[in-house]
Write a protein that binds this ligand. Structure first.
Ligand SMILES: NC(=O)c1ccc[n+]([C@@H]2O[C@H](COP(=O)([O-])OP(=O)(O)OC[C@H]3O[C@@H](n4cnc5c(N)ncnc54)[C@H](OP(=O)(O)O)[C@@H]3O)[C@@H](O)[C@H]2O)c1
Length: 255
């Protein structure tokens, strides 16, 4: 079962699954609405008779400095990323327990280490990491697998819809300073996590050891890299974020 808001995109997934010989069901859902999350879970169980795996992937990105950001825009990101995950997990859990299945959530490397200009987005991912960390222990007696995927930048439409400080999507979001991974690589990692019941997978894999090393050296490596990779060049909140063809105005006033 696939759930999101865009009905046409959901039908495309159902069609693609059908061509591969799989049966799929589209359930239009806005994950910010708890009742719709409940209905989506119920529809899946009614249709397939059980629910083995929940993958909480709905997400909205925001790139802006916290002090410049519009409060409502930040609340929207929290609602989609964290409350969406929480609500779907809440309603799916009884069925996942019965099936001794898997709960999987999409986190991010920004959910492991704070990144300038990704503070709010990262906070929603830290929240998911915290919730799923606790659930892993709580649900061990029920033999439920709980896993998170923490990718860096992945080539998906998410990056075309990154919210700026005003809450409007950027026309041209600042380019990611690190490698952008193909979506297939990320999907492979999700499948691997499910098959091997892994606790977490980072993309790229070496970020795990790098985070450990960074803690040992009092975060000096990480701070230097982040300061270099994420300089303060974002527009201010009072500047329109989505004006076609306008040059980007930097925080220091330079164009
Ligand atoms: N791409 C990256 O660089 C990257 C890196 C790290 C982590 N992630 C995480 O990976 C996950 C998947 O993102 P993606 O890269 O695949 O981006 P994407 O292609 O934009 O997918 C995001 C999905 O979330 C759905 N969604 C957004 N708001 C929703 C809502 N209110 N209710 C239901 N569905 C909603 C969208 O569908 P509708 O618009 O049709 O609702 C869309 O299918 C996200 O949690 C993201 O934070 C992505």
């Amino acid at each position: 079962m696939v759930a999101a808001r865009n009905v046409a995109a959901l039908e495309d997934v159902v069609l693609a699954a059908g061509k591969l010989g799989a049966q799929a069901l589209a359930v239009p859902t806005d994950v910010t609405d708890a009742e719709q999350c409940r209905r989506a879970v119920d529809r899946a169980v009614e249709h397939f008779g059980r629910l083995d795996i929940l993958i909480c992937s709905a997400g909205l990105s925001m790139r802006a400095y916290f002090s410049d950001s519009n409060l409502e825009a930040m609340q929207r990101v929290v609602h989609v990323n964290f409350l969406g995950t929480l609500q779907c997990t809440f309603y799916a859990l009884p069925h996942i327990k019965k099936a001794q299945g898997s709960l999987v959530a999409l986190s991010s490397l920004t959910g492991i280490r704070g990144v300038p200009s990704y503070g709010l987005y990262g906070a929603t991912k830290f929240a998911i990491e915290g919730l799923y960390d606790s659930l892993r222990l709580e649900l061990k007696p029920d033999k439920v697998h709980v896993g998170v995927i923490a990718p860096g930048f992945v080539e998906t439409p998410l990056r075309e819809n990154v919210l700026g400080p005003s809450g409007q999507p950027w026309d041209n979001p600042p380019p990611p300073p690190f490698r952008i991974w193909p979506v297939e690589k990320c999907v492979d990692k999700i499948v691997h996590l499910l098959v091997w019941h892994r606790r977490r997978i980072n993309l790229p894999w070496f970020m795990g050891p790098l985070f450990w090393l960074d803690e040992i050296v009092l975060r000096m490596i990480g701070n230097a890299i982040l300061r270099y990779a994420f300089p303060r060049v974002l527009p201010r909140a009072d500047e329109p974020a989505r004006v076609q063809g306008q040059p980007q105005v930097h925080a220091d006033g330079k164009r």
